[in-house]
Design a protein around this ligand. Sequence first.
Ligand code: ITT
Length: 182
Amino acid sequence: MKLVTSNRGKYAEYKAIMDSVGVEMELLLMSYPEEQLDTIEEVAERSANYLKGVVAGDFFIDDSGLFIESLGGFPGVYSSYVNRTLGNRGVLKLMEGDKNRNAEFRTCIVYYNGELKLFSGKTSGKISDMMRGSNGFGFDPIFIPDQQDKTYAEMTTEGKNSVSHRSKATMAFLEFLKKKTI
Ligand code: ITT
């Protein structure tokens, strides 16, 4: 099974989980077209439909986003663009003076093995007042998951995986794989 992504940070997180449960996984490092649709599920499904004509064998992809309550769910499906353009500093600036720091990270995994299967995970938390930590990638330095003091970027890969949106989607995915092989 291959993970198709252009993001090595995602790969590191999946690799740690898959290794811990003995599931083999390879990385196919490539980018693919992502259409701007309303939900990450729609975006991911559309991308997987494109990739099934391009990638040999079974594969999965991950579409994720950060949804900030006081910004009406922004950047959401625009997370990749906003990360490249505004960056963490720009997002903090947009939220200057905002008392409502609530946010949610969401991941949708799409697995293709003759047919498409979707698995979702989400983790709610808060946007920090400043960037903290240097681990992980993307918005990790500004997201503090609920019940934690640290940002994702202050956690180890294992620490982030114990609470993250991505690991929750992965657990649902692994459950499905387990049932399939019984
Ligand atoms: P793909 O090739 O897998 O699509 P990508 O980096 O474009 O990689 P997404 O579209 O799924 O990934 O994610 C949009 C952006 O959201 C991504 O570029 C990151 O900046 C951010 N992001 C996603 N998951 C994250 C996480 O776990 N922690 C921090 N930022 C994350």
